[in-house]
Design a protein around this ligand. Structure first.
Ligand SMILES: Nc1ncnc2c1ncn2[C@@H]1O[C@H](COP(=O)(O)OP(=O)(O)OP(=O)(O)O)[C@@H](O)[C@H]1O
Length: 450
């Protein structure tokens, strides 16, 4: 098999030698260039699978090379070598299209991972059936969805932190999963964490791990979610809910690509791509002093906005049909037949504002499927704008059930009813229930309500 070819560009011959030897040990053949002009010449003469370039070159900058490659060899992954601690340049490089960065002095373990990811990118991405299946799941024929699918495919090809905005239920987590699964980390783990659902005092230990005995209850060493996402992606959902103290540590983890478990004396390197999401306007959270500006800057290298369902009503019929066929899932051995929506029901759905977006559509259809007696769903079966009269717990909880289950059932119903009334807006539902959003999220995950 032919060796992979890398082009390494730096004005310091010693660094070039070091990188050439290091890459050689990874079975990558490196050609070197001391200037921008040399690099451009090399690109014209040879075919490369990866380019590593320093930021400052005698006759230009790494950005000039990035632009040249974007124009002439757009499929070539470029990683920028940045000065130690210069996160601004790293962010700027990724915004300009670099697929990743590596800071000086180059950490060999990180360089190895970076090269591995880059080499996976240069061939055509394997058609993994799991990936295809995931791909077809971001449904919608609207131009907005088309653009999102294109952007996701692009984002999958680099390592830059992505920040996904959008109302609740618009598909932020689904988009994050697709960016992960379509990229070179697709075979690695995808670890999703709802930052608002972790009790405040456990946030740091959950994210970064802890050492045995570092606090009461730490009975053994525990790996954090960052370590669990090694080689893959860490999805920080509702990132705005992170306490300020954890934000400081997160910033450091992203900047230095290493974490220090609670109670540990040493930092450990981690290689996880960060994708975060929030339905809050993080600019406002920064203005109010609830979110660190420097962290926002780091996680928001590239922003992806998931449009609300009411902005793309033409997506409702294909989504609804897909969801109905999923609802007719094969619990029986015979081929299930999906229910249909009457033309009037489709029109009614298209006019509905959907504050809870696709998740609300899923709930509406699930309820309609359960309640509708024929195979066609009519407008009345959708209960749009009305709340289904929910039975009181006394009506159907058996006398013999244990108290805990009985109370759990009451809790579940109260929460579901508040969610329904607020169209699955969890902030409003929490308010209605007189609890904090954090505590509602905790209960939702405990009760297994998505
Ligand atoms: N375009 C889409 N095609 C198919 N399914 C979708 C689409 N958008 C969202 N969904 C489905 O809607 C549900 C909600 O999506 P998801 O959890 O990704 O939303 P979210 O924006 O992360 O929500 P939240 O902010 O409440 O966490 C999921 O079941 C998801 O699969």
């Amino acid at each position: 098999m032919n060796k992979a070819q890398a082009l390494v560009v730096d004005d310091e011959p010693d660094i070039l030698d070091l990188l050439r030897i290091t890459l050689g040990r990874m079975d990558v053949q490196a050609s070197t260039a001391l200037t921008l002009a040399d690099a451009i010449r090399a690109l014209e003469q040879d075919r490369f699978d990866l380019c590593l370039t320093d930021m400052n070159l005698p006759d230009g900058s790494g950005f000039d090379l990035l632009r040249h490659i974007a124009e002439h060899r757009p499929e070539l992954p470029v990683a920028m070598i940045t000065a130690h601690g210069s996160m601004e340049s790293a962010v700027a490089a990724m915004k300009a299209g670099a697929f990743d960065f590596v800071s000086k002095p180059v950490d060999l373990k990180l360089l190895r991972t970076l090269v591995g990811s880059a080499l996976k990118l240069c061939g055509p991405l394997t058609t993994n059936p799991r990936r295809d299946e995931m791909h077809t799941r971001l449904l919608g024929d609207s131009e907005a969805m088309e653009q999102i699918r294109r952007l996701i495919a692009k984002l999958a090809r680099n390592q830059a932190p992505v920040f996904i905005t959008g109302e609740s239920g618009t598909g932020k987590e689904l988009a994050a999963r697709l960016i992960h699964s379509q990229g070179p980390r697709g075979e690695g783990p995808f670890v999703a964490v709802n930052c608002g659902a972790i009790p405040q005092e456990l946030v740091e230990s959950e994210l970064f791990g802890h050492k045995k005995g570092s606090f009461t209850g730490a009975i053994s060493d525990k790996e954090g979610l960052f370590q669990a996402a090694e080689g893959g992606t860490l999805f920080l959902d509702e990132v705005a809910d992170l306490p300020l103290q954890a934000q400081v540590k997160l910033l450091r983890a992203i900047q230095e690509k290493c974490v220090r478990p609670v109670g540990a004396s040493r930092e450990i390197p981690v290689d996880a791509r960060i994708i975060s999401a929030s339905h809050h306007d993080l600019n406002q959270e920064v203005e109010k002093g609830r979110f660190r500006q420097d962290l926002f800057y780091r996680i928001n290298v590239i922003e992806l906005r998931m449009p609300a369902l009411r902005e793309r009503p033409q997506d409702i019929p294909p989504l609804a049909n897909h969801l109905l066929s999923q609802l007719a899932s094969p619990q029986t051995t015979t081929e299930p037949t999906a229910m249909r929506l009457s033309p009037a029901a489709i029109e009614a759905l298209k006019r509905h504002p959907f504050p809870g977006n696709v998740r609300e559509l899923e709930n509406i259809l699930e309820r309609a499927t359960a309640l509708c007696e024929s195979s066609q769903i009519e407008v009345a079966d959708l209960y749009l704008g009305k709340n289904e009269p929910s039975p009181t717990p006394e009506e159907d909880v058996d006398d013999g059930v244990p108290l805990e289950d009985y109370l759990g059932e009451i809790e579940r119903r109260a929460i579901l009813s508040a969610l329904e009334e607020t169209h699955w807006n969890r902030t409003a539902a929490a308010k209605k229930l007189g609890m904090t959003l954090r505590s509602l999220r905790y209960r939702l995950s405990k009760l297994g309500i998505e």
